[in-house]
Design a protein around this ligand. Structure first.
Ligand code: ZN
Length: 125
């Protein structure tokens, strides 16, 4: 995985873009072409536990370094790390998104945009 550019850097005190029950997607503009992309809530939730399985140790280290994950493995605002790879709907460029996913109460979630980078990888299918 080659990082072309990091557009959004993690912050401990970034405000969540969503606070509430299940179902909110993550919407973002592609930093390359400005097209709107959407990651459904289910994909976010799923990614909190399975995103690591898709990558080799080396790539995991790459991703950890890119976003500066600490040793606890928590996201920067204290939730779960949620990594999604997206091929932009507009320009087909490869993007990596990092959302802090915090279930702070039973079925109540705070979602925080913590990172967005333009990458090149052979791993996307
Ligand atoms: Zn794009």
């Amino acid at each position: 995985m080659e990082v072309i550019k990091l557009y959004t850097q993690p912050k401990h005190d970034r405000k969540p873009f969503y606070d509430g029950g299940k179902g909110a997607p993550y919407k973002f503009k592609c930093p390359v072409c400005k097209a709107k992309n959407i990651i459904p809530f289910e994909s976010l939730l799923h990614a909190t536990w399975n995103w690591k399985e898709d990558f080799s140790k080396e790539e995991l280290l790459n991703i950890q370094n890119l976003f500066g994950f600490g040793p606890t493995g928590n996201s920067h605002e204290g939730g779960w790390t949620c990594i999604n790879f997206v091929s932009c709907k507009g320009c087909s460029e490869q993007l990596i998104s990092y959302v802090g996913f915090n279930e702070y109460y039973n079925s109540l979630y705070r979602l925080t945009e913590q990172g967005l980078a333009h990458i090149r990888t052979d791993n996307l299918t």
